[in-house]
Design a protein around this ligand. Structure first.
Ligand code: GLC
Length: 421
């Protein structure tokens, strides 16, 4: 460009089109652990690059409460939030409120895991871009297992036994606040996730199968729930009935539990400067239901979607493409142990150095168990709510597993009569 043309272009704003048309948009981010901070760093980098700005709206930690908030905002057609962080199980239920990103994602979308692409695409429309993948993991205290000469548990009964023994010995030794096993037992989506892991590790199915058949009323599922109910008040504090991810992480990270079930994000925090258990933690697949059971971690994760009611859809889409790009996923994996949704990143040496489990436990992620969101469509939240309420009753000893599951079967059939999709 000649100098004369350059100064002319500058004068009429051609050289800096983005700042000349800079807009402000807003994005909803979860605030679980360091999620808010790490989201903000990504958004700030995008702002710096484009000249646009983005306000961050933080949302409730409970997935179920967050969904209710989104449903309210979207049903009112509110344009207040341009970019929504959504759960992998919500794309079907919320699809009508989001823009189709197919054209913008061309050449990029195929880089992602096929399962993540499937959850992002609803009836041919790409309603969101994959942002990070989750799968349930077993966190354990390496130091305590070593001290008590116990291997990493392979089955739930191994875990129960080890948790009981270590808890008793440590309490006797003066660690009065120590518990064996913490997880997510509040009546919300996280309990559906935990209970699906117990049930499917016992080969008890996935509540509703891929064809839409209700399968939950079976003896293996009942046995799984019975085992879990036995933990409450023995190796697990009663308070677990009100725990989400963060409450269980709080107990574990303070050094007060031998085992914890949680998502990958808890790793970066457990290894962080403020952690009481830094360098004392190992990660393994969740235990099997028995000798003939299987390791089952529920598939979770988050996507980014652009609201149909956004007044700045172009900038909003640009932000989504930036945040879901390989570079940004790499930064988030290193800073916050968020699993990328791009398989090639699992071979990245910096990522696996920061998160050894991502390389070692790749099969946990590739074989993760999906919740029946695709099979139940618009009714997924109803199905999940019936399921977690039932499980919560069993855990709080208000119902026996067999009766509770047969009642659940009847209630799910009633919902199914109105049609799954
Ligand atoms: C995590 C997962 C999500 C799941 C939720 C349950 O946010 O990414 O898929 O539904 O936890 O609490």
């Amino acid at each position: 460009m000649s100098r004369r043309f350059a100064s002319l272009a500058l004068l009429i704003g051609l050289a800096a089109p983005t700042s000349a048309y800079a807009v402000e948009i807003s994005i909803s981010c979860s605030a679980l652990g360091q999620e808010y901070e790490i989201c903000k760093q990504g958004v700030d980098a995008w702002s710096k690059k484009t000249g646009n700005t983005a306000k961050i709206v933080s949302t409730p930690n409970s997935a179920t409460e967050r969904l209710a908030l989104y449903q309210q905002l979207l049903a009112a057609g509110a344009g207040d939030i341009d970019v929504f962080q959504i759960d992998v199980v919500w794309s079907g239920m919320l699809s009508q409120h989001f823009q189709d990103l197919t054209a913008k994602a061309q050449g990029v979308i195929d880089q992602h895991f096929p399962t993540m692409i499937e959850t992002s695409r609803v009836k041919g429309k790409l309603v969101a871009m994959p942002w990070f993948a989750d799968a349930g993991l077993l966190y354990y205290r390496k130091d305590l297992l070593q001290k008590h000469n116990r291997p990493v548990p392979q089955t739930w009964s191994d875990l129960t036994e080890t948790a009981r023994t270590v808890q008793a010995a440590e309490r006797q030794g003066g660690s009065r606040d120590l518990w064996g096993f913490v997880w997510q037992g509040r009546a919300y989506e996280g309990l559906t996730v935990n209970a699906l892991e117990w049930v499917s590790s016992h080969n008890g199915g996935t509540i509703v199968d891929e064809k839409g058949e209700i399968t939950i009323n079976n003896p293996k599922a009942a046995a799984a729930l019975k085992t879990a109910a036995g933990w409450v008040g023995t190796i697990t504090p009663e308070g677990v009935l009100n725990y989400t991810e963060e409450e269980s992480r709080g107990v574990f990270q303070a050094g007060n539990a031998v085992f914890m079930r949680n998502w990958p994000y808890a790793w970066a925090l457990a290894q962080g400067p403020e952690s009481a258990i830094k360098d004392k933690v190992g990660i393994a697949p969740l235990p099997k239901g028995g000798a003939d059971g299987r390791n089952a971690g529920t598939l979770g994760g988050q996507l980014l979607a652009v609201s149909r009611y956004s007044k700045n859809a172009e900038a909003a889409t640009d932000l989504v493409m930036y945040l879901t790009s390989a570079d940004e996923q790499k930064r988030r994996a290193i800073a916050g142990s968020f699993n990328p949704t791009i398989p090639t990143l699992f071979k990245d040496a910096e990522i696996t150095k920061a998160n050894p489990f991502m390389g070692d436990l790749l099969t946990v992620f590739t074989n993760a168990v999906a919740r029946p969101a695709a099979a139940t469509g618009d009714n997924y939240n109803k199905v999940s709510t019936e399921f977690f309420d039932t499980v919560h009753q069993v855990l709080s000893k208000r119902a026996e597993p067999e009766q509770a599951l047969s009642r659940l079967d009847r209630d799910l059939k009633r919902i199914k009569r109105s049609g799954w999709q």
